[in-house]
Design a protein around this ligand. Structure first.
Ligand SMILES: [Fe+2]
Ligand SMILES: [Fe+2]
Length: 382
């Protein structure tokens, strides 16, 4: 990579790198610096080629085949009876017009640019193009997150020590393969607009994949990334008027609700057995990950394409922070993450003020993981 590129990446990401130190926990800082360097400075997710991520964890075999986790066994049964086929259960013959107002991908007021004078003055076609861009950006990040979830599900299936959790994990691997398949098909065949992975999302995926501890993988993927995805998918599913996207998200949300619940079941007892120092490290790590996940919604890849020439990155971030998209993000996207952090013991009085500062604490007393029956999981789509 040219030195000049590296320098400009450093300048662009300095404010975001600062977030990697927000909790003040040195151990957390140490574990996030490598992923932050690879994602934000080296831009490993944006090189347009296969990228390899070295991993270091132990695979745990259970030769006793002990079935002693009934909650996880029930979730496994629910997963087996809720499988669907992305090829035949979705109507791919639906004609999708990404520029249509009638079957609008997203409402105008949700777009972070909706109040910009230049956007208001633009032609209807140009505005519709940008709406296609934002939708493509959001769904591209979902696609990349799904690829991360596919591999993270493989990792936890290998590493978690309980057989019932491994059996359930095998269904998540299948679910995530299907999610990658349908998001990719929708983006390439229907929207015809795909973006590279956002650096912040890359950092979180790198951090949880390269951590040697299996519980950190559950915390980063099932609790944080998938909890947030559940909120995001629910919001887009309710807002979009494009029927194929609505249906596709309805199916995916049902699967994701199970995955988040899997994380809660795997962690809730395990984390109580840790020392206070170990628990704190996870609490601080989860907070740092929240910041990275919030920052991914700055949509820098969309900014680079449409607004990089018109305003600075700082001006763009201010615009996004004040937008309806970010307001909704704070109001609804964390509604699963916060109660679940509380349920697994990672929302102590020590960390709450930090979440409150970000405006994310509103859901402390909200509903945590859904109930266990398949019907409940299906009804839990919002
Ligand atoms: Fe998924
Ligand atoms: Fe998932």
């Amino acid at each position: 990579m040219a030195i000049i590129d590296t320098f400009s990446n450093v300048v662009d990401t300095l404010p975001l790198m600062k977030d990697a130190t927000a909790s003040g926990n040195l151990q957390v800082l140490r574990s996030l610096l490598g992923p932050a360097f690879r994602g934000m400075i080296q831009k490993r997710g944006k090189r347009g080629e296969l990228s390899s991520m070295p991993v270091d964890y132990s695979v745990s075999f259970d030769w006793n085949y002990l079935r002693d986790k009934p909650d996880l066994a029930r979730l496994y049964e629910a997963a087996k009876s809720s499988q669907w086929n992305g090829t035949t259960d979705l109507d791919w013959s639906t004609s999708v017009d990404p520029l249509s107002d009638e079957t609008a991908l997203l409402p105008w007021d949700f777009l972070p640019i909706s109040n910009l004078a230049s956007f208001i003055k633009a032609s209807p076609k140009e505005r519709a193009e940008q709406r296609r861009g934002i939708t493509g950006w959001l769904l591209s990040q979902s696609l990349h997150g799904e690829q991360g979830a596919l591999f993270a599900a493989c990792q936890v299936t290998e590493a978690v020590p309980w057989l019932d959790a491994k059996l359930y994990g095998s269904t998540q691997v299948m679910d995530e393969g299907r999610h990658v398949e349908v998001f990719h098909a929708y983006l390439t065949k229907k929207l015809e607009k795909k973006y590279e992975i956002n650096d912040n999302l890359y950092v979180v995926i790198d951090a949880l994949m390269s951590d040697s501890r299996w519980d950190m993988k559950f915390l980063g993927m099932q609790i944080m990334i998938e909890g947030l995805a559940l909120g995001t998918f629910g919001m887009i599913q309710q807002m979009t008027r494009e029927p194929l996207l609505k249906k596709l998200l309805t199916y995916i949300i049902t699967d994701e609700a199970r995955h988040v619940h899997y994380g809660v079941l795997a962690l809730k007892d395990f984390l109580t057995q840790l020392t206070e120092k170990e628990r704190r490290e996870r609490e601080d790590w989860a907070f740092e990950v929240s910041l990275f996940l919030r920052n991914r919604f700055f949509a820098h890849e969309f900014y680079d394409e449409y607004y990089g020439h018109a305003m600075s990155r700082q001006q763009w971030e201010r615009l996004v922070i004040e937008s309806e998209m970010m307001t909704r993000f704070r109001k609804t996207m964390f509604k699963r993450v916060i109660p679940n952090l509380k349920r697994i013991g990672l929302l102590s009085d020590r960390i709450k003020p930090k979440y409150a500062e970000l405006g994310l604490l509103g859901f402390e007393y909200g509903k945590a993981a859904p109930d266990l029956t398949a019907t409940d999981l299906i009804n839990d789509r919002d």
